[in-house]
Design a protein around this ligand. Structure first.
Ligand SMILES: Cc1cc2nc3c(=O)[nH]c(=O)nc-3n(C[C@H](O)[C@H](O)[C@H](O)COP(=O)(O)O)c2cc1C
Length: 180
């Protein structure tokens, strides 16, 4: 199995933990390409993720290189897609089949394992619509790691905390191994 991962980063406060996840992946021999949503760039800079991933960061669906269409070539590259700090928004968009940016198009165009590591406020996570989207995504074959219960960015304690970076990477490796 080629150790090639796409890490999608969303507009969650937990985006600041994405570099640590990427660092662990690279320590374990993974080549990582990062796709950021537009909102993710409000929380963490592409420059930071370029440096930790050792590659360019993909942001724009309409930016083309060597006549390659980014979401198709990215889907072909990946043996796993991991979304770190998956927002209520991206869960809803993927569950609804929406493809309005590079990350959602890449997920939709891919036949590989997709793992969501969600992070959000407890009320958002427990919202029945979000929970309905999560169970539909699970039934469809998408995998989830976390969220966990603990201290949240909003100052409260509850469900919605991003799983620990090491937990996320161990989960990914285990699922990829099983997937063969
Ligand atoms: C300070 C701040 C923190 C946020 N944290 C989260 C979060 O942890 N999880 C979440 O689902 N949305 C969060 N949001 C809302 C998202 O940024 C918003 O839904 C955005 O449209 C998500 O875009 P994306 O899914 O394309 O990245 C936060 C917004 C702000 C202003």
């Amino acid at each position: 199995m080629k150790k090639q991962a796409i890490v999608g980063v969303c507009g969650s406060i937990a985006a600041y933990k994405a570099p640590e996840v990427i660092r662990f992946l690279r320590e374990k021999g993974w080549q990582v390409k990062v796709v950021m949503t537009a909102e993710a760039t409000r929380f963490i800079t592409p420059l930071t993720l370029e440096v930790v991933s050792g590659d360019q960061v993909y942001l724009d669906m309409f930016q083309r290189e060597n006549w390659e269409i980014a979401h198709i070539s990215l889907s072909d590259f990946a043996s796993v897609i991991l979304i770190v700090g998956a927002t209520a928004n991206i869960l809803g968009k993927v569950a609804a089949g929406l493809c309005d940016d590079l990350l959602t198009c890449t997920i939709c165009a891919s036949k590989t394992l997709v793992i969501f590591a969600p992070a959000m406020n407890e009320n958002m996570w427990l919202n029945p619509i979000v929970q309905k989207n999560v169970s539909f995504l699970k039934k469809t074959g998408y995998l989830f790691v976390g969220p966990e219960k603990g201290q949240l960015a909003c100052g409260k304690t509850g469900w919605g905390r991003l799983a620990e970076p090491e937990t996320i990477v161990n989960f990914l490796e285990e699922k990829v191994r099983r997937n063969g």
